[in-house]
Design a binder for this molecule. Sequence first.
Ligand code: BT5
Length: 318
Amino acid sequence: MTDTRRAILDALADGPADGPTLADRLDVSRAAIWKHVEALREAGFAIQSGDDGYRITAVPEYGGPAVAYGLDAPYEVEYHDSIGSTNDRARQLPAEGAPETVVVADEQTGGRGRLDREWSAPSGGVWLSVFARPSLPPARVPLLTMAAAVATAEAAREAGVDARIKWPNDVLVERDGDVRKLAGILTEMEGEADRVSWVVVGVGVNANVDPADLPDGSTSLRAERAHAGRDPADIDRRTFAQRVIERFHECRGDPDAVLPAWRDRSDTLGRRVRVDTPGGEVVGEAVDVEPPGTLVVETAEGVRRVSAGDCEHLRPAE
Ligand code: BT5
């Protein structure tokens, strides 16, 4: 989307505005404004022109302009109906000199999890990658993964699904004693010793997806709402994606608030866990997280601090 089109959307999100005012404000011709308004209509926006100017009366269900419309965070939005992986696409943006951007797709054909695992991403999910150039030392980047988990869990809760976080980056829902995976996060970065060049934080949320089309042990927002006897209709992916992006952005601006928010939504703290780490297995009670996202585990041999690994929640007897 062009800068001007995004600026028109931002202006109209605040209320109606007429062509001359928009042209003046954005320093383009009235003909250019008209052309962009037509393009937005083609993208599915209903835009009335009345006495007070252009007024948006309906927004498309999903897509780039839909996610950009009213988005309260300073990212470009790039949308694909289908793409290999939004993380792969976002990783190309630094070389293109792009501004901070969220890459969004309806479907991914080559979605990736951590450690080269596959991520199923059929049409109907919220698959997005935030490309950012934060002024952070690389050692603090795990905070962004935690921030994305917080943003996702909170957005799910606002959508009526009580999601909790399993360290470090799984967003889960517990139902009838079973725990199912709703979302996952994949953070990738490039940087020097003291400075990050860029990060890509990929967030995958099973929104309006049938769990039968996902690996065993998965669930979706739509399925959870239906089970809870709530509205079985599709969830509004536009609002959901916006909330994830906005909350993530808020966390970026207030890094000290990330771990307290993470603790609040955590399902790991207070549980017995087994963490598979590059340095071996750590078993004990997860008692805290410390900056930038280190899990503190009380084991029979004393306290261990774990910064990376796969975590499994154990039943108390195990
Ligand atoms: C993750 O990896 O959980 C990170 C997933 C990140 C996906 C997003 S989508 C947007 C962006 N673009 C990408 O290409 N990736 C990111 P991990 O913790 O390694 O979990 C992977 C495991 O979760 C797989 O081995 C499966 O067992 C399971 N899995 C795969 N697809 C799933 C799904 N849709 N829902 C729940 N579980 C799934």
